[in-house]
Design a protein. Structure first.
Length: 117
């Protein structure tokens, strides 16, 4: 009798352990879709976009993060797209579909480029 109870307990432990191990082997579809597209940050600090020249893959997201003490924006050279003015601490993100050069319309000496492969 004790043997049969122990055998059932060990069988249950084996099944639970198998489910835990097998559950860790797969991923859900959202994990896989995130793996196919990257996320990149452009930090705005000390009146500079960093990196100034960023290379990404098509479909990747770029997030501009203002870590400076004054407001900035990012505007495509041909005004095809533009971020809102970003106050210190603000973020703005988008998905570029082609290589672009951009600048800050508030501080026109600030320039950057996003290369899309």
């Amino acid at each position: 009798m004790k043997y049969q109870i122990l055998k059932k307990v060990w069988n249950i432990i084996g099944v639970v352990a198998s489910l835990i191990i097998l559950g860790g082997c797969g991923g859900n579809s959202s994990d896989q879709s995130n793996a196919s597209h990257g996320n990149h940050e452009v930090i705005i600090e000390n009146m500079v976009f960093s990196p100034q020249d960023l290379t990404i893959s098509k479909g990747d997201t770029v997030t501009f993060v203002n870590k400076d003490v004054v407001s900035h924006n990012a505007t495509e050279m041909g005004n095809i797209w533009a971020s809102p003015d970003l106050k210190p601490g603000d973020k703005w993100q988008f998905v570029p579909d082609k290589t672009v050069e951009y600048y800050c319309t508030i501080h026109v000496v600030m320039e950057g480029k996003i290369n899309v492969n």
